[in-house]
Design a protein. Structure first.
Length: 443
């Protein structure tokens, strides 16, 4: 910790600021796509949708600072970014469109689910016993595998139904950015290497502008200042069915966050204890309640930023604190938010391939270093869990016939794969198997 404090104190402010921008850009697309989908499905007006996007970014920043702070009561104290939970999209749309509920029921359910996570964080902290190296490595590998299709979709243009999806220009931009990032990591050194993704995004956007593929309309239409207004869409209402649905979503988010926490712990060489996990869950519960009050979304840890920590080799929290502050600033100034919308989807996709691929390689390294791969049981755990995670991601319709409350738990590749790894590890190794595996790998 002393070494980290010295590194934070000695880094040049411009470098810290640049690295913070890089983290914001890495998670920005994921942060704004959720309000765009939900607001569109619930027929929000243009003004309402503008507010939803701005307040979402602001809440992302506040939630990130809560998690990074890391005190004795809440916060994991790791370089982790928080964003809106993707798995909450379908339930929020379903609740908002349900007769007798509406938008206010969404935010009542979000507040209640956040309180549930906050109150039961100590119980969730015991989950560490279910995450020995074979499970943790599998979960991190699954996260990387399931994110790759997202990156490739973005590289092609962002939407398979678009006429220019997979066009030579999109492919040239995406793979050009990827090549730029690779070459920067091969030949650049120090700070320039650590911000290779940011430089790639800037270079790709510049080239896209010369090709006429940068739309300046969002920048022109955005205002300079936006006031925060709690309960913007009305006073929350509380319905039992909606609350139970969002509690299930929150449990799924906790399971996903556990894998991210454990992965980051390995990257920054910190042993994650059950008390650390409890503080992380408590901060996540606060963030979810914050989303309900601000009329935005439930928040969870973003796995895409794990790859950026790995690539930049900057593992200190000051960079993430800057990123959180930038998100808050962007939330107040829509004009700044519009600037990040100028980055074409294909440019972003090229950078995401490198980031998500690093998450995948991090999981593989964890499995190779800490798990006895000579044991057939461990190989079977890895094979089935990664296969399930990838399979559900590629064929998400497989569980469409199941009840809605059950689909929440299985139609997400990360959650389905993680659940498979946990159950199979208990079957083959039991709760005490993790220590035995690690000892065998070290021998």
């Amino acid at each position: 910790m002393e070494r980290e404090r010295i590194f934070q104190r000695n880094r040049h402010p411009f470098k810290t600021f640049s690295l913070g921008i890089q983290h914001v850009l890495a998670m920005y697309a994921g942060a704004i796509i959720v309000p765009l989908i939900v607001g569109g499905a619930l027929n929000f007006t243009h003004q309402e949708l503008t507010y939803l996007i701005s307040i979402d970014l602001l809440a992302c920043g506040v939630a990130t600072l809560l998690q990074v702070w890391g005190n004795r009561f809440f916060g994991i104290g790791l370089p982790v970014m928080l964003g809106c939970a993707f798995q909450a999209v379908s339930p929020m749309i379903a609740i908002g469109g349900e007769a007798g509920m509406g938008v206010t029921a969404i935010y009542g359910a979000i507040i209640a689910s956040g309180l549930f996570v906050f109150l039961f964080s100590g119980l969730f902290g015991k989950l560490i016993a279910f995450f020995p190296p074979v499970v943790t490595g599998s979960v991190v590998t699954i996260i990387g595998v399931t994110l790759i299709p997202v990156a490739l979709t973005d590289l092609g243009g962002g939407n398979l139904s678009k006429p220019d999806f997979g066009s030579p220009s999109n492919l040239a931009l995406g793979f050009g950015v990827l090549a730029f990032v690779i070459l920067m990591n091969r030949y650049a050194k120090g700070f320039m290497q650590s911000i290779s993704v940011l430089l790639g995004l800037l270079a790709g956007t510049l080239v896209a502008g010369l090709m006429g593929k940068v739309d300046l309309t969002p920048l022109k239409e955005a205002s300079w200042f936006h006031m925060v207004q709690p309960f913007y869409f009305g006073v929350p209402t509380f319905h039992v069915s909606a609350i139970l649905t969002m509690i299930l979503v929150a449990i799924v988010s906790v399971a996903e966050s556990t894998g991210v926490f454990m992965a980051l712990g390995k990257i920054v060489d910190k042993d994650i204890t059950s008390k650390d996990l409890s503080r992380g869950y408590r901060a996540e519960g606060l963030a979810i309640m914050l989303g309900g009050v601000f009329n935005s979304f439930p928040y969870t840890t973003y796995s895409q930023n794990v790859g950026l920590v790995q690539m930049s080799k900057v593992k200190t929290r000051d960079v993430i604190a800057v990123a959180g502050g930038l998100l808050i600033l962007i939330g107040f100034v829509p004009k700044i938010a519009a600037l990040t919308q100028l980055v074409p989807t294909s440019v972003l996709g090229g950078a995401m391939i490198a980031l998500f691929g690093l998450v995948l390689s991090s999981g593989i390294r964890m499995l190779g270093d800490q798990v006895d791969l000579n044991r057939h049981e461990n190989l079977l755990i890895i094979a089935c869990s990664v296969g399930m995670g990838l399979g559900v991601t590629v064929v998400p319709q497989i569980f469409d016939a199941l009840p809605g409350w059950l689909r929440i738990l299985v139609d997400n590749g990360i959650v389905a794969g993680s659940f498979t790894a946990i159950v199979m590890n208990l079957l083959f190794n039991g709760l005490s198997g993790g220590k035995q595996q690690e000892a065998s790998a070290e021998q």
